[in-house]
Design a protein around this ligand. Sequence first.
Ligand SMILES: Cc1cc2nc3c(=O)[nH]c(=O)nc-3n(C[C@H](O)[C@H](O)[C@H](O)COP(=O)(O)OP(=O)(O)OC[C@H]3O[C@@H](n4cnc5c(N)ncnc54)[C@H](O)[C@@H]3O)c2cc1C
Length: 469
Amino acid sequence: MADQFDLVVIGSGPGGYVGAIRAAQLGMKVAVVEKWPSLGGTCLNIGCIPSKALLHASELFEEAGHGFKSLGIDIPAPVLNLPQMMNHKAEVVASNVGGVDYLFKKNKITVLRGTGSIPAAGRVLVTPQSGAPTEVQAKNIVIATGSVSANLPGIEIDEKTVVTSTGALTLEKVPGHLLVIGAGVIGLELGSVWLRLGAKVTVVEYLDRILPGMDSEVARQFQRMLQKQGMEFKLSSKVAGVDKQANGALQVRVEPSKGGEAEALDADVALVAIGRKPYTEGLGLEAAGVALDERGRVKVDHGFKTSVEGIYAIGDVIAGPMLAHKAEDEGIAIAEILAGQAGHVNYAAIPAVVYTNPEVASVGKTEDELKAEGVNYKIGKFPFTANGRAKAMQATQGFVKILADVETDRVLGGHIVGKNAGEMIHELVTLMEFSGAAEDLARTTHAHPTLSEAVREAALALGDGAIHI
Ligand SMILES: Cc1cc2nc3c(=O)[nH]c(=O)nc-3n(C[C@H](O)[C@H](O)[C@H](O)COP(=O)(O)OP(=O)(O)OC[C@H]3O[C@@H](n4cnc5c(N)ncnc54)[C@H](O)[C@@H]3O)c2cc1C
């Protein structure tokens, strides 16, 4: 007789593994199906974690080369040891992936190795790389199969010279010229890594701005900062084709988005970073009767239920921002719902971070959105040039911008460009989670000297005024 589980999760990324752990904690008998050799999904293996390992290492390399002298630290120019930097990345990945193995054992979660498919509600077929498939029975099934890089038609990815983020995390040498297609988070983060390590980096973006979806003032100022670092941009431009030359180099055809004359750019590596698409291949969803939306995402209701009773979906494979913490929170919520609790995710307060230097972090509404919605809003801003700690740290680039409702003073959105913005944003996330007002933040004592004081000052600016400007 087939093994029986209360819950079978397909996919062990941040959505799947977190959901499985919470379900086990809530008393369910849980199995996770994973087709990759290691657990942790995109995020731990080829996404958030390896990219942050390289961002951290390359930022220190850049700082050792250019930021130490003025602090009174004289060292010879740093020498890049790329294989060791890649070892560091691999060790960080291994340690995080191993952490998921440990947590699964601790919570008595069964791992089923192979590709999961759903012949019908209540049944999951696991097909290993070699050997016969096995079937398990599941009271409930959660699809957490994530996403894969999107590609442009006619461009052939080889993960050596024409790469997705996966190849860009494993380049064997610093490219002379890296051409990044797409000025979104992944393109700018990985572009920054290779820029700091010595590559010339050109970013080609279809739209007339970088970081689509983020506050446009923030994006404009951030673009200037990246340009100062040497990153070049070709906005309102599209890549019409990538041709491989006999010597291995690339020629990238770039033309205006609206059409017009194409120019040819030479590059050593082209990174396609135009976004990601939901991944449902091999699940057999059509046969199982699970409906997809017009963009190929699994359609779910507010309780993550698909069109079939007993089958749920979370994470990148459903609508919403493709972020690890969004997937994790949906994992917790679905486990709680299946346990009869009131699991829920507040989509209005999900932070987003670009882990460059400076970092960009945001939560809630952008000014562009508030304008479009006709909301009567006010803006409180504070620059890091006026923050004592930022001066001490040579980190005066950027600012905090808080948007609040004119009548109620309720904070509607927060945007930070600056060092450690990705940590500081959580003050605003928590405030928004409690439907807090700018005055609540303005009256909260902040330790001095900290970068976070700039967040408070921006809140003060929404009332009687910031103090230090
Ligand atoms: C370069 C890069 C950097 C990123 N950086 C960040 C960041 O800093 N912060 C952030 O929040 N997000 C980041 N992301 C996005 C983040 O990785 C995703 O949002 C997150 O991994 C989604 O989690 P998930 O659980 O939905 O799916 P995934 O992490 O994609 O996991 C899906 C898992 O399902 C498995 N699977 C798929 N189909 C099957 C099947 N049929 N049977 C068995 N197993 C299957 C896959 O092998 C995979 O392990 C980054 C992404 C990339 C590519």
